[in-house]
Design a protein around this ligand. Sequence first.
Ligand code: GLU
Length: 290
Amino acid sequence: MTYVGRFAPSPTGPLHFGSLVAAVASYCDARAAAGRWLVRMEDIDPLREMPGAARRILDQLAAYGFEWDGGVLFQSTRLEAYRAALDALRLGGKVFWCRCSRAELARIDSAVYPGTCRAFTAPRDDAAMRLRVADGVVEFYDRVFGPQREDVAETVGDFVVQRRDGLFAYQLAVVVDDAFQGVTDVVRGADLLDNTARQIALQRLLGLPTPRYMHLPLALNADGSKLSKQTHARELPTPADSGLLWQALAFLGQAVPPDMPPATCAEILRHGVRHWSAAAVPRSSSVRLA
Ligand code: GLU
């Protein structure tokens, strides 16, 4: 099977060092396997989007020397496919309509949905659509973290596939599009490791293939706080500071010249691909930056 990888940013803000790490790993893993590397813009949540961020992200990727195959897939153009997937789940009796408010759910002393609305199998106005999660352990193998098992009914319970405001859930869109694009390998941050079992459960219900998974340690600030777009981590400068690519490779445990000599982005990415070792990626959910 030919390798197909992808980088799937949400346009909630420009890329920062943490996103560069994910882009570098997914790119090098794909190219080292002579595979394709796709970019998918996960723009299905207008409320979280920052105007101009999608364009900025693509400019940043180009500036840092990334070349993607084919056009960028914007999830905002894929709503029909998500609707069709929901229809299939509905016809199979796999979903129900839930009007529980956030406040009501917050009062329950557990992160697991208690099944309050499971009886509502016909569409209701002003309701979210939840997947009726079956009991049973989902097992998968992560290329960094090894064998994983999760009983989704116990950890999250029936989860939302379409929000009350009509927006499609990330879990749904990501599995529909990974399958649509023929993605064989998902390489992304370890913050999504605990979303993977939910995604596999959905793939099984929709009859979609399960890709291989590889989760990467998250870059944290020196004080241990999260380096996210929301906390205004510094955006990747353009024109590119190519040394950040050396630092991303070093963060991923890859062999880099000790002096990290000045080089172009293209040269550093070529080095990254030539010397890529998935086995060298640290098996740790996060790594603090010096
Ligand atoms: N769009 C998600 C994010 O930016 C990543 C989705 C994925 O890689 O599955 O966090």
